[in-house]
Design a protein around this ligand. Structure first.
Ligand SMILES: Nc1ncnc2c1ncn2[C@@H]1O[C@H](COP(=O)(O)OP(=O)(O)OP(=O)(O)O)[C@@H](O)[C@H]1O
Length: 484
């Protein structure tokens, strides 16, 4: 049964909401400050946190990520007395599931609980790899999980798929995953780069030809569509298909039959099409430069991949994954990523998306030579320049994730204080270190997916010290994605 945590400093509201939840049969716990709430969520697994905004020790909107970093990574719903558009935007951008105003109508509460818990179950299913083998697809952001859901749906169905997204977002990677998860996985996935089809040879490349069909056709040859028989054909950059080809392609897609160049009879092939584009194909249809009928044929399922700048949460995990992979490829010891470097990576906008990130990791490793830790000065100059420029552009380029990584930011951990209650420096220091450790351990549990050896290698901690720290903070290591 799902567990809910309420964080609200108003005892009356806490009691009233608690009674309603009990009446609904929901298990719940109430806490009255951010510190208490964060401690609770790190100590026990929760599915949903109902979080107030104005709390005695800080602002709930700024603490959303801290709750989500707990081992059970709960969904967060913001509940506020003073709702406004900016707060709602900030809440959703910081990863909240929803933003609602008090007093809360029973129906609203019911709907939110139902939807968020349903979403959470689905997410669990995807993350546990049971419904879809995600293979090399790395990332845990909400956007990536949504794309994985679309992937699973597309893989189960027989319809064609159109994958959209900017360059380097992983369209080909997802196409392969759809094929590998579909019932055509034993057939081939044939890739056709539609930008690169030589004009005079394109029909023969796609549909094949018979001997003597044209000068140089010394042998009969089957084309790419026949090669994909029983499998999948991946039309990369489909927006680049020349108009005459769009017409023949439509026919092939409709009939599953085509005539090789110079042949008298048609051949058939059973294939499924996955097409990809970084263009706005719908707009091209409206502008009359792409066939509407072909567009609808291709777009039985649409899978959209978000640019990396909209899912910065994936940057650390992708960076570490490729750092490990490339160090293995080079046969060198694993290099670690400094916090400063990660901060710069999270500030950059990644116009070339994951491909650019992968190339950047290569460049950093090359530039670091024998150094064990990668720092910002190992980055390619253009990235350092872009980030430096953006930090003078008003907001300092700070993303919520960057703040999250900046675990030493004292504002996060020192509550607002009355002058007469100012604690000693030692007390503040101990509290800050303690909060920092809790934050770090939970992040560690998440990035190492519960693998103790990996966690020790990332953190530089011995096994004994790792367990000691978990115990010290009363974190239950058996829960959620904690260590096994
Ligand atoms: N979620 C991801 N996890 C791991 N690697 C990824 C992910 N997304 C993309 N990549 C990697 O980024 C690189 C680019 O991916 P891919 O070629 O699939 O992008 P694309 O969208 O097809 O690009 P283009 O539009 O330029 O053809 C590849 O090395 C791929 O493995």
């Amino acid at each position: 049964m799902p567990r809910l945590l309420i964080v609200d400093d108003d005892p009356e509201f806490l009691n009233a909401l608690g009674r309603v939840l009990t009446h609904m049969g929901q298990r719940h716990v109430g806490t009255r400050s951010l510190a208490e709430g964060i401690k609770e969520v790190f100590a026990h697994p929760y599915d949903l946190v109902l979080l107030d905004v104005i709390l005695p020790d800080g602002n709930g909107l700024e603490a959303i990520r801290h709750f989500q970093m707990a081992p059970s990574s709960p969904e967060v719903v913001i509940i506020t007395e003073y709702g406004d558009g900016d707060g709602a935007e900030l809440a959703l951008r910081n990863g909240a599931w929803d933003y609602i105003e008090k007093p809360i109508a029973m129906t609203t509460l019911r709907t939110i609980l139902k939807r968020s818990l349903e979403y959470r179950n689905k997410k669990k299913e995807f993350l546990s790899h049971k419904t879809v083998r995600r293979d090399k697809i790395i990332g845990t952001s909400r956007q990536l999980i949504a794309s994985l859901e679309q992937l699973a749906r597309a893989a189960r169905s027989k319809g064609n798929v159109l994958i959209t997204g900017e360059t380097g977002t992983g369209k080909e990677l997802f196409a392969r995953a759809i094929h590998d998860n579909s019932d055509r996985r034993d057939g081939r996935m044939v890739v056709v780069d539609c930008t690169n089809l030589p004009r005079e040879l394109r029909e023969s490349l796609l549909f094949g030809h018979v001997k003597g069909a044209f000068t140089g056709a010394h042998e009969s040859k089957i084309g790419l569509f026949k090669n994909a028989d029983g499998g999948t054909i991946f039309l990369d950059e489909v927006a680049e298909l020349a108009s005459p080809l769009q017409k023949s392609m439509l026919r092939v897609l409709q009939e599953g039959r085509f005539r090789p160049v110079g042949a008298n009879v048609e051949v058939s092939s059973s294939f499924r099409v996955i097409a990809a584009t970084n263009q706005n194909l719908r707009k091209m249809v409206e502008d009359g430069v792409f066939r509407k009928d072909l567009y609808y044929r291709l777009n039985a399922h649409n899978l959209h991949l978000h640019p990396l700048r909209e899912r910065k949460e994936d940057i650390p995990v992708l960076t570490r994954h490729y750092m490990e992979e490339i160090c293995n490829e080079y046969g060198i010891a694993l290099k670690s990523v400094s916090r400063e470097l990660m901060r710069v990576l999270c500030r950059y906008t990644w116009p070339g998306n994951v491909r650019e990130l992968v190339n950047t990791v290569y460049a950093c490793i090359d530039n670091a030579l024998n150094e064990k830790i990668i720092y910002p000065h190992h980055l390619p100059l253009d990235i350092r320049v872009a980030v430096a420029k953006s930090s003078f552009s008003g907001n300092g380029g700070h993303s919520p994730l960057e703040k999250e990584l900046d675990v030493t930011d004292p504002q996060i951990y020192i509550p607002e204080l009355e002058p007469e209650n100012l604690p000693t420096l030692k007390e503040v220091r101990n509290k800050t270190i303690s909060t920092l450790e809790v934050s770090y351990l939970s992040a560690l549990a998440r990035v190492s997916c519960g693998n103790v050896s990996k966690a020790c290698s990332i953190s530089g901690l011995s096994r004994a010290r790792l367990y000691e720290l978990f115990k010290k903070h009363d974190l239950n290591i058996r829960h959620g994605r904690a260590f096994t």
